[in-house]
Design a protein around this ligand. Structure first.
Ligand code: C2E
Ligand code: CA
Ligand code: CA
Ligand code: CA
Length: 277
C-alpha cells in the first residue's frame, strides 16, 4: 500500500480498494471535485543560485476537500491515474498554470507535472496547445516535467509527442532523476532540456552516506553539462545542502530552504523574498 502523507486517502491500495467499494466513492469524489473546482495549484520557486533569482515556479496540485481539508497529491494522484481522472485533472492543471503564469513577470516560467497516463489517454498535444492559446502564455515560458515512467514503454508515439511539444519551444524536464534503473538510457532516447536530481540524494546529505550523495550529485551535474542540459536540485532544506549542490555545479535549486509551495496570491512576495535570501 502507498503510505504517503496525512490525507484520508493514504494507504491507497487498488486491489483491496476495488473490493471494498472504496474506489466507487473515490471515483465519485474526484468527479465532484472537478465539477466543484476543489483543486488548487500551489507554486514552489525554482531559484537560479548564481543570480539569486527566481527562474520559475513548479505547479503542485492540492485538493481542498470540503470535509477532509487539504489533501496532498501523493494521496490522490495514484487513484486519479488508476481511474483515468488524471486526464481531466491534468488538463485543468495545465490550463490553470498557464493562465496564472501569464500574469507573472515575463522572465518567470512555470513547470507543470505530467502523468504517464496523460500520454496514453486523451489528447495531450491538444491540451497543451489549448492551454497556451487560452492563456496567451508564450510556449517558451512553459516547462513540462515527466518521469521515467513516461518513457518506460519506449513507445514511438511518446517520443513523437515529446518532440512536437519541444518544437513549440516548450522545455521538457526529466523529474526524479537518478531513481530509475536505466535512467541513463532515457538520456539517449530523448534530448531533455533539464534534469531534476531526485530529492533523496539531497536529503541524505549530512547522514553517513553524505560523501556518496555529493559525488552522485556532482556526477549528474557534470553529465548534464556535457549533454547541454541544466540541472535542478530538488528538496534543498538547509544551507549545508545548498552549499553541496552549488559546489556540485547545479544551476537551479528548489526546496524549503528558499520556500515551500505557496498559493498563487503569494507569487510576487515570494519572488522578492527569495531575492533577499
Ligand atoms: P515532485 O514533482 O517530485 O514534486 C516535488 C515535491 O517535493 C512536492 O511535493 C514538494 O512540495 C516537495 N518538496 C519540495 N521541496 C522540498 C523540501 O525541501 N523538502 C521536502 N521534504 N519536500 C519538498 P507535493 O506537492 O506533495 O507533490 C508530490 C508529488 O505529487 C510531486 O512530486 C508530483 O509527482 C505529484 N504531483 C504534484 N502535482 C501534480 C500535478 O499537477 N500532476 C501530476 N501528474 N502530479 C503531480
Ligand atoms: Ca515535479
Ligand atoms: Ca521530483
Ligand atoms: Ca517525485
Amino acid at each position: 500500500a502507498k503510505t504517503s502523507g496525512r490525507g484520508s486517502y493514504a494507504f491507497y491500495d487498488p486491489e483491496r480498494d476495488y473490493e471494498s467499494g472504496r474506489v466507487k466513492r473515490l471515483d465519485a469524489d474526484l468527479k465532484l471535485a472537478l465539477k466543484k473546482k476543489q483543486f488548487e495549484l500551489h507554486y514552489q520557486p525554482i531559484v537560479d543560485i548564481r543570480a539569486n533569482r527566481v527562474n520559475g515556479f513548479e505547479a503542485l496540485i492540492r485538493w481542498r476537500h470540503p470535509e477532509r481539508g487539504m489533501i496532498s497529491p501523493g494521496d490522490f494522484i495514484p487513484f486519479a491515474e488508476a481511474s483515468g481522472w488524471i486526464v481531466e485533472i491534468g488538463n485543468w492543471a495545465l490550463t490553470r498554470a498557464c493562465k496564472d503564469a501569464a500574469a507573472w513577470p515575463a522572465e518567470i516560467k512555470v513547470a507543470v507535472n505530467l502523468s504517464s497516463v496523460q500520454f496514453e489517454k486523451g489528447d495531450l498535444y491538444g491540451a497543451v496547445t489549448g492551454a497556451l492559446s487560452a492563456s496567451g502564455l508564450p510556449a517558451g515560458r512553459l516547462e513540462l516535467e515527466i518521469t521515467e515512467s513516461v518513457l518506460l514503454r519506449d513507445h514511438p508515439k511518446t517520443h513523437d509527442l515529446l518532440h512536437r511539444l519541444r518544437a513549440l519551444g516548450i522545455k521538457i524536464l526529466l523529474d526524479d532523476f537518478g531513481t530509475a534503473y536505466g535512467a541513463l538510457s532515457y538520456l539517449r532516447s530523448f534530448p531533455f532540456d533539464k534534469l531534476k536530481i531526485d530529492r533523496s540524494f539531497v536529503r541524505d546529505f549530512g547522514t553517513p552516506n553524505e560523501r556518496d550523495c555529493a559525488a552522485i550529485v556532482q556526477s549528474i551535474a557534470e553529465l548534464a553539462k556535457r549533454l547541454h542540459m541544466t540541472t535542478v536540485a530538488e528538496g534543498v532544506e538547509t544551507a549545508d545542502q545548498l552549499a553541496m549542490v552549488a559546489n556540485a555545479g547545479c544551476e537551479e535549486v528548489q526546496g524549503f530552504y528558499f520556500s515551500k509551495p505557496v498559493p498563487v496570491g503569494e507569487i510576487a512576495a515570494t519572488v522578492s523574498r527569495v531575492r533577499q535570501i
